[in-house]
Design a protein. Structure first.
Lengths: 273, 273
C-alpha cells in the first residue's frame, strides 16, 4: 500500500501525508536480523559504544525519511537473539512524503544482509507494533548431535548428549494456558505481573538431529523462552522429569527452574495482530 | 573402527600401530567447515599470514598425534567455499599409537565449530583421499527473493531477480556426460586435460525461494562448479538460452561462458570411494 509516493507527487503538500479521515498514519515494517553481533534490540542512546538493532534501524530510517523517528517494536529481543518476523512501527513524521517500498529497500541496502526489511507499508491510524500485537511466536533451535554443525552454529544451541524427544514433548505441554511465569522470568519490574498466556508449546523434529521448540503466547516475560528451553533440555537429558514442570511453575521462584538457554538458538519468528 | 586405542593399551609397543599384514595404515577423516574466513583448503606454508583449512587442520592433527603429518584432501576448495563432507587422509606416523575417535574429538574441540571432524577412522593400507575418490558431489545454494536472508547469507548467493527454474533445469542437463570443460575452467596446468565426466547435474527447489544446484562428477577443474552456476543463472535470468550450453562447452574458451558465481554458495557435500 503506497499512500505516500515521493515520485507520484513530488510537490505534495504536507497535508497529503495524512489519510482522508484526518487520523495519524504509521509505518509498519517486518524486519529480520542476525542478532549475533548486536547488544539486543532496544536502543541504548546513553551508551554510544553499544550497537543495537533498534539503534541502527532508527539511524537508517531517520536518514531515509530525513526526520528523527522513534521506533516501537513487538519484541525487545536480547543480545544475540535473532528475528525473522520482528514488527516495528513509527508515526509518519509530520510533513514527510514517503514511499514505503522505497523506504524498505533503502534501509535493507544500508543494513543488509545483517538487518533486512521484509516488508514495509503505511497504515492509517495510530498502529503500535508493541501494544497492538495479539501474540508473539518464538522458535528455539537445537542441534542434538555428538559433533557441532559449522553451518548452524550461529543460529542453534549445540547439545551433544542425546535428548529424549518424547520427554521434551511431555514436558512442553504444561506451559500451555495462563500461568504465573515468575519461575521463568529473569526480573519483573516492581508492581508488574508475570502472568502470561501461552497458546502453543511444541517440539518439531526437523531430522538429522535438529530439534525446534515453538512457543506462542500473548506476551512473554524477560528471558522466558530461554528459561523454559533450559529447563526442558534438563528434562530431555533425564535430569528432571516432565511431571516437574507444573510444580516449577507453581513455585514462582526463579531458582526452581533450570538455566537460561544460550541466545544464539532463539528467534522471534512471527507476530500476530 | 578403532585399531589403535591409547586407553585400551596405554603401553602398546610402536609395532602395534601397524596392521597385521604389515602394510601401512592411514587415517581417514570426514571434515565439515565454514569456509567464510579461510583462504581455501590448500595449506600455503610460504605465506604465514594466510589462514587455510588445511593449515589449521595440519597444525591441530600434528599437535594431537605429536608428529608432523601431511594431509591429502579429496577436493581443494577455494577461498570462501564450504564443505560438509570433505575427506582428508594422512599416513599414521611411524610409532604413533592413536585412538581415531579421540583424535577426531580433540581436533573438533580445538577448531570447532568453524572446522569439525564428523568421523575419523584408521584404515589398513595406503588410502589416499584424493587419488582413491571415485566422485565428488558439490551443492550450490541460491536465495532467489527480492530481499536478502540474514540467516543464509554466509552459505548462499542472493539473486534478487526472479529465476526461471524450468530454464535452469533445461540448461543443467547438457553437462551430464564426458566433456571438455575448458570453457568452465579458470586455468589448466600445462599439459593436463580439462576433460571431466559429470554424473548428475540437477536443481532442487527447497521452497521459499531457495534453489540448490547439485553436481556430481568423477573430478572437477578449477572453479568449474562456480563457472557452471554463473552461466546457468544467466540462462535462468533470460540472458542466455538453455540451448546455448552445449555450444559453450564446445567453444573450449573461458570467455564463452558466464561469470564465476560467488564462493559463499558452494559446498563440497560428499565424496564417493
Amino acid at each position: 500500500m503506497t499512500l505516500f509516493d515521493a515520485d507520484a507527487s513530488p510537490s505534495a503538500e504536507p497535508a497529503a501525508a495524512a489519510p482522508a479521515d484526518g487520523a495519524a498514519a504509521t509505518v509498519r515494517m517486518v524486519v529480520a536480523y542476525d542478532g549475533t553481533d548486536f547488544s539486543g534490540f532496544a536502543p541504548q542512546p546513553g551508551q554510544p559504544g553499544v550497537r543495537t538493532v533498534g539503534g541502527v534501524l532508527t539511524e537508517a530510517v531517520s536518514k531515509v525519511v530525513r526526520a528523527p523517528v522513534e521506533l516501537t517494536c513487538a519484541g525487545r529481543t536480547d543480545a544475540g537473539v535473532h528475528a525473522w518476523g520482528q514488527v516495528v512501527s513509527f508515526p509518519v513524521p509530520a510533513g514527510a512524503a514517503l514511499d514505503p517500498g522505497r523506504l524498505g529497500s533503502s534501509v535493507t541496502s544500508m543494513l543488509g544482509p545483517e538487518v533486512v526489511v521484509r516488508s514495509c507499508e503505511v497504515v492509517a491510524g495510530a498502529f503500535d507494533a508493541r501494544r497492538d500485537a495479539r501474540w508473539r511466536r518464538y522458535r528455539y533451535t537445537i542441534v542434538n548431535r555428538p559433533v557441532p554443525d559449522p553451518f548452524r552454529d550461529r543460529y542453534a544451541w549445540w547439545v551433544p548428549e542425546p535428548l529424549d524427544l518424547r520427554v521434551l514433548r511431555l514436558a512442553a505441554d504444561p506451559f500451555v494456558g495462563e500461568h504465573d511465569f515468575a519461575s521463568f522470568c529473569r526480573r519483573a519490574a516492581e508492581g508488574t505481573t508475570t502472568v502470561r498466556r501461552v497458546l502453543d508449546s511444541t517440539w518439531v523434529d526437523e531430522g538429522d538431529g535438529v530439534l525446534r521448540y515453538e512457543i506462542r503466547a500473548t506476551a512473554f516475560c524477560w528471558q522466558m523462552v530461554r528459561s523454559i528451553v533450559g529447563t526442558l533440555v534438563e528434562a530431555g537429558l533425564g535430569r528432571r522429569t516432565a511431571g516437574e514442570m507444573l510444580a516449577i511453575l507453581r513455585a514462582r521462584r526463579r531458582d526452581a527452574a533450570g538455566p537460561v538457554a544460550p541466545p544464539r538458538g532463539l528467534c522471534l519468528w512471527e507476530v500476530g495482530y
